[in-house]
Write a protein that binds this ligand. Sequence first.
Ligand SMILES: CCCCC/C=C/C(=O)SCCNC(=O)CCNC(=O)[C@H](O)C(C)(C)COP(=O)(O)OP(=O)(O)OC[C@H]1O[C@@H](n2cnc3c(N)ncnc32)[C@H](O)[C@@H]1OP(=O)(O)O
Ligand SMILES: NC(=O)C1=CN([C@@H]2O[C@H](COP(=O)(O)OP(=O)(O)OC[C@H]3O[C@@H](n4cnc5c(N)ncnc54)[C@H](OP(=O)(O)O)[C@@H]3O)[C@@H](O)[C@H]2O)C=CC1
Length: 297
Amino acid sequence: MNPIEGMLREGSLKEKTIIVTGGGTGLGKSMARYFLQLGANVVICSRKLDVLEATAKELETETGGKILPIACDVRKTEQIEGVISASIEAFGRVDGLVNNSAGNFISPTEKLSYKAVDVVVDIVLRGSYYFTLALGKYWIDHQIKGTILNISTTYSWTGSGWVVPSAMAKAGVLAMTKSLAFEWAPYGIRLNAIAPGPFPTKGAWDRLFPEELAKKFSFENRIPLKRTGEHQELANLAAYLLSDFSSYMTGEVVTLDGGEVLNGGQFNFLKDVTDEQWAAIAEQIKNTNKPSRNGGE
Ligand SMILES: CCCCC/C=C/C(=O)SCCNC(=O)CCNC(=O)[C@H](O)C(C)(C)COP(=O)(O)OP(=O)(O)OC[C@H]1O[C@@H](n2cnc3c(N)ncnc32)[C@H](O)[C@@H]1OP(=O)(O)O
Ligand SMILES: NC(=O)C1=CN([C@@H]2O[C@H](COP(=O)(O)OP(=O)(O)OC[C@H]3O[C@@H](n4cnc5c(N)ncnc54)[C@H](OP(=O)(O)O)[C@@H]3O)[C@@H](O)[C@H]2O)C=CC1
């Protein structure tokens, strides 16, 4: 496969300031990089300031863009408000938000403590609605037509065992996306979501595919397009959804998973049938049709 290139033209996010939660690592970092390349000012925030500062330095050098790292636990409203004021102070206003921060790990649900459930739900759901609410109030007060992108998952609607707190929280984020897309449309505020399939990141792989499992889990068998996602593919879609090119799109969730979610199709088990078996099956089915065609039983 050829390397995936940036999709939007130069300057597509010029004069926009975008906050990316969890922007110091993984997919958040890749989105931040591309937004900077497209001319946006970017604010990255999460708990670990040292990680954010190292990312900011790296991306500033690489892109020549303006990036502000700020420590913020998305479960704390006063810290969220601090990020918004610091962003306005640095860049004049805020135009976009990516709710990307998350906590997740696999576990049999009955083995979880109450705190273990809370920690995931609070980062994902509470963090996303706190940030959304704080920015929404600011945008409505200042008549800014802001845009929110929520990073969801495909199990927001299929459900999934062994990641139940994450599934509950991501489903809530999806409900918020669609509900507020309608309610805030009169203000020109748009909300959309991306449901990614597997995109290799250290954060996700350490907690969801630890070595023991990774050996057994075959992405090639599971994903119809037979590969995991490239970060630039997700960054391209994210940039489009935050840009004015998508200004007629709101309340949408775009799946980007190589077809993984389609595994639930009822007859998909037929993928293992050989050509020989197909020939025999076709013959059998045709034979059962014959009597009825001749008017018999
Ligand atoms: C390929 C398909 C992908 C599917 C979709 C992917 C979704 C993703 O979200 S991937 C992103 C993953 N990235 C992260 O999770 C990054 C941030 N995560 C963390 O910092 C930790 O994993 C955290 C969520 C556990 C939070 O860390 P921290 O605040 O330090 O919390 P504690 O370590 O104090 O733990 C709190 C609570 O949770 C219990 N716990 C932690 N890990 C496990 C585990 N593996 N199994 C069971 N329980 C766990 C821990 O014991 C604590 O509970 P108590 O013991 O009752 O105090
Ligand atoms: N990678 C994948 O295959 C998939 C990922 N996703 C989603 O993509 C997004 C990014 O995940 P990914 O890049 O893989 O994983 P990462 O672990 O790299 O990203 C998660 C980020 O969340 C931040 N974070 C965690 N807790 C908090 C908190 N309390 N307050 C603020 N920030 C916090 C972390 O920073 P810090 O530790 O500094 O706080 C980290 O930067 C997530 O929403 C995830 O659910 C969805 C489907 C598939």
